[in-house]
Design a protein around this ligand. Structure first.
Ligand SMILES: [Zn+2]
Length: 341
């Protein structure tokens, strides 16, 4: 009896020691993951974002109207970027365009294309995390004035590019994501979410294997409500399908970026209904958890005065880093995030 008790105590003593060691190892590995993520996030810089946004939102791109020459130039620019960075396309050798035939567009629109790039996961390549932003805008008005669309959505476009570049760095150093990541630059958003609807109808990867969509539409400015404290971002949709996604997003921000996460537009009662108004909704309506990153509207919204000189690049970099950290965690955590709503 005594001997058995002694062995029992010994076993429980040893197993407590073992558990503590496991906990310590897990904490250590989380710490390493944290430091790694931070190292690559720091590769998302104000300077790169600015250089590229001045190109995307330049007059040469003529407001990137769906199907028009300016949008085609932007598509070509994105393609060259990914190809130069050795980031592959999921469509195969050198083809970065998911073509959208005119029957899926609206009347009077010429054929257009989503631009896609892909990093294959090292452990769970069939599970896909999507990071999206629309690259089309409103074109030129009847007086020849150009809608440069620097914030809408040049800011999201260059953020997706920088996030892709950060993940590619990680791949090159042997620390690529466990799950795959699809970088999805959609067209036709301003005409009614046409590019993302097309993607959801003709997905490159099955929607049931699509873990989440992080969608960025306008993250380079501040709205009137935050003029005195611009260290914020509106998050929309994070808790609508997955409690885990919402918690993870909050954790990443607490740990790294420390922005004020404003959920005002996440309220179901909010009359703006932004949850239904950008490309993430094409995923959310298919039961895929989403987060929409948004700075709110401002006096230059959908005007020819939405130009790159008015962007807060420091803030744009920080917000892009938040998206990166969140994507990093979704792509690398042990289990696929759970849909529980
Ligand atoms: Zn937009």
């Amino acid at each position: 009896m005594k001997k058995i008790l002694f062995i029992g105590i010994l076993i429980s003593f040893l197993s407590v020691g073992f558990n503590n060691r496991l906990i310590a190892q897990a904490a250590e590995s989380a710490e390493i993951t944290g430091k790694l993520a931070q190292k690559f996030a720091e590769g998302i810089t104000e300077a790169d974002l600015k250089t590229r946004l001045y190109i995307i939102a330049s007059d040469e791109f003529e407001g990137r109207n769906t199907g028009e020459p300016g949008q085609k130039l932007a598509a070509e620019y994105l393609k060259n970027f990914y190809s130069d960075k050795n980031i592959a396309s999921p469509l195969g050798e050198g083809n970065y365009f998911q073509e959208i035939p005119t029957e899926y567009l609206k009347a009077n629109l010429k054929p257009s294309e989503n631009v896609v790039a892909f990093i294959k996961g090292s452990e769970k390549p069939n599970e896909i995390v999507v990071i999206s932003a629309h690259y089309d805008h409103l074109g030129i008005d009847k007086d020849g004035e150009i809608y440069n669309g620097a914030d809408d959505d040049g800011s999201g476009t260059v953020a997706v590019m920088a996030i892709a570049e950060a993940f590619q760095k990680a791949v090159e150093e042997g620390n690529g994501p466990k799950r795959s990541i699809l970088f999805l630059h959609v067209t036709g958003e301003e005409k009614g979410l046409l590019g993302s609807k097309y993607y959801a109808n003709f997905p490159i990867f099955p929607l049931e294997n699509t873990v989440a969509d992080l969608n960025i539409d306008m993250i380079g400015r501040t709205d009137e409500a935050h003029e005195s404290n611009p260290n914020y971002i509106y998050l929309i949709g994070s808790d609508k399908l997955s409690t885990e996604l919402h918690n993870l997003s909050e954790e990443m921000n607490d740990k790294f970026t420390k922005l004020n996460l404003d959920y005002k537009y996440n309220e179901e009662s909010d009359p703006n209904r932004f949850y239904y108004r950008s490309d993430h909704y094409s995923f959310a309506k298919n039961n895929i958890p989403v987060i929409f990153y948004f700075n709110g509207t401002h006096e230059n919204y959908h005007r020819t005065s939405d130009t790159p000189d008015k962007i807060n690049y420091e803030l744009l970099a920080k917000r892009a880093q938040l998206v990166f950290y969140t994507a990093w965690e979704i792509a690398n955590r042990e289990n696929r995030i759970a849909v529980d709503k």
